[in-house]
Design a binder for this molecule. Sequence first.
Ligand code: URA
Length: 485
Amino acid sequence: MYGVRLQDPLDLAGWRRAARALRLGGVAPEQVAWRVGDASGGLFDGPPPPEPPSGAGFSAPRELLDLAADLVCHRSDDRFDLLYRLLWRLKDEPALLRITTDADVAEAHLRRKAVQQATHKMHAFVRFRLVNPAFEAAGERETYVAWFEPPHRVLTRGIDYFVKRMGRLAFSILTPDACAHWDGAGGLSFTPGLERREAPGEDELETYWRTYFASVFNPARVNPRLMTQHMPRRYWGNLPEAAVIPELAAAARGRTDAMVEAAPTPPSPRTGRVQVKRAPAPPPPDAAPADLPEVAAAIQACRRCDLWRHATQGVPGEGPPQAPLMLVGEQPGDMEDLAGHPFVGPAGEVLNRALAEAGVNREEAYVTNAVKHFKHELRGKRRLHSRPNGTEIEACRWWLQTERRLVRPKVIVALGATAATAVFGRALSVLKNRGVVGEVEGGGLGFLTVHPSYLLRIPEPGEKARAYDAFVADLAAAHALLKAA
Ligand code: URA
């Protein structure tokens, strides 16, 4: 039995080194015990793996390495065993990772999904507190701190998102595993994890969050099951607004009744409530935003059309500021509207899977929407997607043009008809014009394909699978254009 001791729970480089030596040395997975850190493994600590024969080599497929990057963040103790088992089996089963019914592959995908979800939840539920309110007088940089307890070790995986958003503001995110510190000037560092009592306490930001949450809380939509699904109880300890949930939920019945009695005619209770609570609309920005964080902030104040009135928030695009590939969807859906991020709901899952199968890393693409607010109709407690009209697409096109001007992508993929209108400036039939459409005004090569929601709506399994494969092929073709562009 061989023993491998990795330096820390996220030691992917250490796993790769050892896995390579073991695989080249012909050591089967059941002959290896993987351990992390200094703690003694007692009887299980065996000799280190044999040195690989000189000159011998093989390369692990990119797909496995991508999977490994996610899987190391999972809290399961046997994640390194699972990864090595997959690597070992790939020797005789090169298509293994595509066999989703295989128990190891299915388990790996399940864990990857849990890690991806934990990352999304971290993006949605981290709440910063200002720790130096007198920063101006003190000549300091505005500095925020957040305490967070993720179910998996996703701090390093998800930190870029905060760095991009906070820009020149300094922040620390403290977790029991590790702490990340951004100095607001390009320096990102990590220190060991902390205990909760070491994180800062109440302040004005907390009060701000509670007020904001109370103002967007819709008593007619109180559904505890759904609410805990979007905002699982595990995270409530980190969320200032969670303190007001029980109170608001208890009052919901009475508030709903009062709304119905007090509103004999339209507008709907939700519209009335939001109109009263929101600040007066600022004028549209006369100067174009200078960078993407400015775009993200300015979208929250957008009044170019009326969609902001019924949405929780505007959802800006996300991705590297100079991404060579831009993906444009239609508009945020219900989950995107709540989370504030594009493509995090069911359509996002299809998109993520298809991108991975097409060999495209979503993190390298700038993902945005033609329309930045969620347009919907209330049907009982449900918010049903409603397609944006030409006026709304045109009004929001200004934001897409601004994002394009700043990111300057080489290839722009329009997902579906609404995105086609926004990207190409004219209505196009998706199925007739699918593929490369040509140079887009303002720069970049335009590519048109279907929207992932279209795939979700196809009922017949065979047709669905063919349409999905064609979508993956389109994404791969658009990606290949990057080399030519
Ligand atoms: N559909 C879209 O077009 N965009 C999203 O962000 C989510 C669903």
